[in-house]
Design a protein around this ligand. Structure first.
Ligand SMILES: Cc1cc2nc3c(=O)[nH]c(=O)nc-3n(C[C@H](O)[C@H](O)[C@H](O)COP(=O)(O)OP(=O)(O)OC[C@H]3O[C@@H](n4cnc5c(N)ncnc54)[C@H](O)[C@@H]3O)c2cc1C
Length: 322
């Protein structure tokens, strides 16, 4: 348990609260016996709506810091606004969703507050925070040496899911004067739409970097073609390499899927990937490394080289008449 007062920074986009925010709220509830507060930064237009949604869905009190410079995300504007809000509040524990935005401004905020910064937090123990290392193979236990903390919370970290509260929390919108910032966001490019095939598929065969090279995607395609309602998924590693488009990405920053069968091929099992597929009915993982983290989630663990195992599997299947 934390002695400092716990707050969650709510992240949102186009007036919609990010689902990672609610996960960070659930995580924050585990940190202290006192209810956490929620702080939201927003442009004037969406301030009221976003704050009300948060207060209604969590039952927690929401403070909204609102100003024209907060209409679009900017690390500089977020840092400056949060620094002046938290600076004289004593010991604080600030929980931020570990999204690209959260992991962008959290370290800067911690420096300004002279707080201890721990990123990618997955859990809490007796005075320690846990985070994964090396694709989930190791778990680091980090003991903060300061009372004030800035934590980024990995999606999927919370063990509890709090239902809809009886009463909404209180909302306080604080209008802020415009501030001088040296960077301005020019706008955002829309991501491609999620692959509908993934949403409808009963079987998903997913490729990780363990496939070794893009030519080996043909193995994944052949394996997938054995199942009538199947689709191909991928880890972010594979998408970042350009071997498959981002529409195939599964995980906290990609698609969330729950097919009847999920075949993870050459995937280490990083928490961000697992967050997007852990609810699959049957998970089979193929990995050369017996210690791969994916084996903690899989129902069937195959310790094999996929480049020999998958052709054998296809061969046996075809010999038996498909
Ligand atoms: C903010 C943030 C968001 C993220 N969001 C996502 C997300 O949405 N989705 C996602 O997937 N990742 C996401 N990531 C990245 C994630 O942390 C991992 O880096 C990524 O999932 C690793 O991909 P991988 O398993 O393909 O590669 P690696 O971690 O490199 O794993 C490759 C695996 O293949 C195995 N292997 C190697 N050769 C073979 C072989 N011949 N046969 C069988 N197995 C073999 C290895 O043992 C290893 O376990 C995110 C990261 C951050 C920081």
């Amino acid at each position: 348990m934390i002695n400092a007062s716990v707050s969650v920074i709510a992240l949102h986009e186009k007036g919609r609260v990010a689902k990672e925010t609610y996960e960070a709220v659930d995580f924050a509830r585990e940190l202290s016996k006192d209810r956490p507060g929620i702080v939201v930064l927003s442009g004037e237009e969406e301030a009221e709506r976003v704050s009300r949604e948060l207060a209604e869905k969590t039952g927690l009190d929401v403070v909204c810091l609102s100003g024209s410079m907060l209409g679009e995300y900017s690390a500089e504007a977020y840092r400056k606004t949060l620094l002046s809000f938290f600076r004289n509040k004593g010991d604080v524990c600030i929980c931020i969703p570990h999204t690209s935005e959260g992991s962008d401004f959290a370290p800067q905020l911690s420096v300004g507050l002279k707080a201890c910064c721990i990123t990618s937090v997955e859990g809490i123990g007796e005075g320690v925070f846990f985070r994964s290392m090396f694709g989930g193979k190791f778990r680091a236990e980090i003991r903060p040496e300061r009372n004030s903390l800035v934590l980024t919370v990995i999606p999927g970290a919370s063990r509890q899911q709090v239902g809809v509260p009886d009463l909404p929390g209180a909302v306080k919108v604080i209008p802020l004067a415009d501030m001088a910032v040296s960077t301005r966001t020019q706008g955002f490019r829309e991501a491609e739409h999620a692959d509908m095939a993934l949403a409808k598929a009963e079987v998903i065969v997913s490729a990780g970097r363990g496939i070794g090279r893009p030519e080996n995607l043909s193995l994944i395609e052949k394996l997938s073609s054995l199942f009538p309602k199947s689709a191909i998924g991928a880890t972010r590693g594979v998408c970042d390499l350009g071997w498959l488009g981002y529409t195939h990405q599964i995980g906290s920053t990609g698609n969330t899927v729950a097919p009847k069968l999920y075949l993870a091929c050459g995937i280490s099992g990083a928490i961000q990937h697992v967050a997007g597929m852990k609810d699959s009915q049957l998970i089979v993982a193929i990995n050369t490394d017996v210690h791969a983290a994916i084996f903690r989630t899989a129902h069937y663990c195959i310790v094999e080289d996929l480049s020999t195992f998958i052709p054998l599997l296809i061969d046996i299947h075809l010999k038996r008449g498909g």
